[in-house]
Write a protein that binds this ligand. Sequence first.
Ligand code: PLP
Length: 487
Amino acid sequence: IHHLVEDGRRAEDDFSDSLDLPAMARDTMGIQNEIIPNIRSAVLSRDLNRRVPTLTHAKGIYYHTFCGRSIVDACGGSAVACLGHGNARVTTAVSEQMGKVPYCHSQFFTTRASERLADAVIRSTDGKMSRLLTVSSGSEALEAALKIARQYFLELPEPQPQRRHFIGRAPSYHGATLSALEVGGHLSRRAMFEPMLASKTERVSLCNPYRGMRPGETSEEYVARLAYELDTAFSRFPPNSVCAFVAETVTGASTGTIPATDGYFVAMKRVCEKHGALLILDEVMCGIGRTGTMHAWQQEDVVPNIQVVGKAFGGGFVPVSGVLIDKQVDHAIEHGSGKISHGQSFQAHPSACAAALEVHNIILEEELLANVKAMGDRLAGTLQERIGSHPNVGDIRGRGLFWSVEFVRNKATRESLPRDWNVGYAFHEFAMQEPYNICVYPGNGTADGVVGDHTLIAPAYNVTAAEIDIIVDRLARAVTDFFEGLT
Ligand code: PLP
């Protein structure tokens, strides 16, 4: 369908049809007044997106479509393309690796690329983590993390085979595979598969001050309440039967970027330790520099027992993800079976490791963490300036280059927009179109039984001030026009 559409029509037509506009309006797509009267009906009939554009190439923060449109990538896909699109150093590193050792099975061999990647990543944790397992996607890495947690308890000098449960949070997202869905609290992504899920997980509330804090409650009281809730969740299982508490250090896909309240993770880890369970931090979306430090936990005064990375790990150049384990877990496995019980054909794939290593080196050598902080401040400041007072903008939140705008119906009461409007997704489709041409990552809290429609912004770490201004300008115009047409 895409090819038929893109072959047969002019550039503007690949999106204008989806708004069900009269022919004249389609011909004058740049004139916003022609579009706005249709937004409400397009949103209500869920008719904003019937096709996605075909890309021909992508460079820096721009996607270029077959029809000649240039779309600003404000979110790196799903916070993946951390160096933007196209990087000569990564291309060279991957092609050189393919020329040296294109493939080997990690059970029989290792490569310099995988060894150097592990060294570099472990060094970036200041030695707090001890071993790296490299796989291909965030979901697989999360699966492996759950398995490693169980393996740890089986390989202790006094094994604890009764430990087989997990505690996650709701809402949350940890991946698309069955166990990742099971531990996650993303209701709509789970729904179809619910009967197949193992139901070995309890879920506690997310740390979401905008939605979760009670009037008059202090941060300390809020954290104490969440710690108590976690403690209570442990007690719903038989004693010593929970392997780990699983959480994103800064949330992403399910709720929009929410940094935890100060002291939250310290308190959560204390509860885990009380029950002899591990802390697994999922940094697939927020890790590897996204929040301004190489690891998001480095801003939380806490060290996880197991950590999962993905997305920015390979910058989107290759599919690659990783599981890091701390000394405690590594020691048990080292003195037990000696190896992590997780084997896949593409584990420690040489080209994937070469790409991830080069991405890692570029982040450090080009001092991109400093740019993430500086450009993150600019992004936050200009977002606040341009749309902070908009009546449908409830919350602007984030850290580093990981920001979200939560939309509401009523700013004062924080009432959400109607659930069936799917505003997070609808706004994404709207912003992708002329004249905005900006790709932001959608999130529909309300569609998930949780309040919080939002749009997520996660530009490349090497984004410039001028590019931040372009992103904010397009986003602000899209927000203004979208809500003018919708409400
Ligand atoms: N964990 C988190 C926090 C994520 O945001 C995602 C994907 O969005 C995953 C895990 C799954 O990663 P992948 O899509 O690479 O399998």
